[in-house]
Design a protein around this ligand. Structure first.
Ligand code: FE2
Length: 386
C-alpha cells in the first residue's frame, strides 16, 4: 500500500454500474478494506460474485509443534537443516511465534494449482528462487532478494521457475506492514534520505482476468486453523481494480543504508513496522568514519524486544559460527553483543558485505520443534572463551 495504484477496467466512479460486454450483466464490485471502512482499501471488479462457495472443510495444519519447556537462552539454529518439502503452502515450517507474529522458513519443491489466503499479513523474503506471485491484483515477478508484502485476505499463488533450491523466510503479522512514517512526508511521498523510494517499489502488473468455471481450491489460514474452500470459478477473475490495499515488493539489494561517524543503532535499518514488531534490512555499507570508532555493535539489553536475525549473505561482523540461513534469537532481558574477538576485529574495518533481516518483537516468542532439531547447542556458551 505505498500509494494509489490502478489496473484494468474500472468505472468512472465507485459504486456505479460497470457492465460486461453484453451491456446487461454487471461486473461485481468488491470493496477490499482494512480497519472496517476507515483504513486503506481497494475496489475490485469481478466477473463472478466473489462470495460463491461450493464447499469448505477443515484440514490438518502441517505446522510445527511448540517445543515444550524450551530454554530461555541465546538461541542459534540452522534453518537449512530443517526438513522441508511440498508446495508453497505446505512447505512452510513455523520456527518462532507469538499471538501476533509467526516466523517460518519454507523451501518449495513443487508448484501447485492451489491458492492461499491468510488472515495475517505476510512478508516473504525470497532468499533463493525465481518465479511469479499472482493474485487478483496482478502479477509480481520475483527474484532473489525480493521481499513480498501481501495484505491479509489476499488470494494468491507463488509459482517457481525451478522446483529445487528455493528458500523463503516468511513472517506473518496480525496487523498490517506499514512503511515507517519517518520515511514519508505529510503527503505520503518518501522523504529525501529514506533508504528506499518509490522507484524501488515493485507493483502488481496487469494479469488477464480468468473467466473459467470449474472447481478451484483455496487454502484459507484463519483463526489458527486451515480451511479448504472450493469455489466454482477461477479466483483471478478481476477485470480492474484501484486503491491503496494491494501486494507489493521491494528488493533488499535496493535498500540504501544510512551510515554515521559512530555506530548507528538498528532503527536506521528499519524497513517495515507493524503494531507489535519491526522488521529491518542489514545491507552492505561503509563503516563508521570516526578515527576511534568501533564498528561492531556495543552490548545491549533491549528489555522489551525479542531479537531475531536471519543471516542471508556475507560475513556477519559480530557473530561467530553463523552460516547462510542461520537464525539467532536473543530473548528480551538477556544482554547480548559481539562474540569474543569480534569487537577488536572490527576496529579499523572499512566496510561490511552482510545481508540480514532482523525482526524485533515486542512480545516474547515461543520456539518450535524444528528449532530444537536444527539447534547449535554450543551457542549459549559462545561468549565464554575470550
Ligand atoms: Fe541486538
Amino acid at each position: 500500500m505505498p500509494f494509489y495504484h490502478r489496473l484494468g477496467h474500472i468505472p468512472r466512479k465507485p459504486h456505479t454500474t460497470h457492465y460486461k460486454q453484453d451491456g446487461k450483466s454487471l461486473y461485481r464490485e468488491e470493496l477490499f478494506s482494512t480497519l472496517g471502512f476507515s483504513g486503506v482499501f481497494s475496489n475490485k471488479y469481478h466477473i463472478n460474485m466473489p462470495s460463491k462457495l461450493l464447499r469448505r472443510k477443515l484440514i490438518d495444519m502441517p505446522d510445527s509443534a511448540e517445543w515444550p519447556n524450551a530454554p530461555l537462552v541465546y538461541t542459534h539454529f540452522f534453518t537449512d537443516n530443517i526438513a522441508v518439502a511440498g508446495d508453497f503452502i505446505w512447505s512452510r515450517r513455523r520456527c518462532l511465534f507469538n499471538d501476533t507474529c509467526v516466523i517460518s522458513i519454507s523451501a518449495p519443491t513443487e508448484n501447485t494449482d492451489r491458492f492461499f489466503r491468510n488472515q495475517f499479513d505476510e512478508y516473504i523474503y525470497v532468499h533463493f528462487g525465481e518465479g511469479v506471485m499472482e493474485s487478483d491484483y496482478g502479477r509480481i515477478p520475483f527474484v532473489p532478494g525480493d521481499q513480498l508484502i501481501i495484505p491479509k485476505g489476499t488470494t494468491y499463488r507463488l509459482e517457481f521457475k525451478q522446483t529445487e533450491g528455493n528458500k523463503l523466510l516468511i513472517c506473518e503479522s496480525a496487523t498490517a506492514y506499514d512503511i515507517p512514517s519517518k520515511y514519508r512526508n505529510e503527503y505520503g511521498q518518501f522523504v529525501e534520505g529514506a533508504p528506499i523510494c518509490e522507484r524501488d517499489i515493485k507493483l502488481p502488473e496487469y494479469l488477464e482476468p480468468r473467466d473459467e468455471s470449474g472447481e478451484f481450491v483455496i487454502i484459507l489460514k484463519a483463526r489458527g486453523q486451515l480451511h479448504e474452500l472450493t469455489v466454482p470459478h477461477h479466483p483471478f477473475d478481476v477485470v480492474g481494480w484501484d486503491g491503496y490495499n494491494y501486494p507489493w515488493a521491494v528488493n533488499i539489494h535496493d535498500f540504501c543504508p544510512i551510515v554515521g561517524k559512530i555506530h548507528q543503532p538498528p532503527p536506521v535499518h528499519l524497513l517495515l513496522q507493524t503494531q507489535t514488531f519491526v522488521l529491518c534490512n542489514f545491507t552492505p555499507r561503509l563503516f563508521d568514519f570516526h578515527p576511534d570508532s568501533i564498528p561492531a555493535p556495543y552490548f545491549h539489553s533491549n528489555i522489551d524486544s525479542d531479537e531475531v536475525l536471519y543471516y542471508a549473505e556475507g560475513n556477519f561482523m559480530s557473530r561467530k559460527g553463523i552460516k547462510q540461513g542461520s537464525i539467532t534469537l536473543h530473548p528480551s532481558g538477556m544482554p547480548h553483543g559481539p562474540q569474543p574477538g569480534k569487537t577488536e576485529a572490527s576496529i579499523g574495518a572499512k566496510e561490511t558485505n552482510e545481508y540480514a533481516i532482523m525482526i524485533d518483537t515486542f512480545q516474547p516468542l515461543t520456539l518450535t520443534l524444528p528449532v530444537k532439531e536444527s539447534l547449535d547447542e554450543s551457542y549459549p556458551q559462545s561468549w565464554l572463551k575470550e
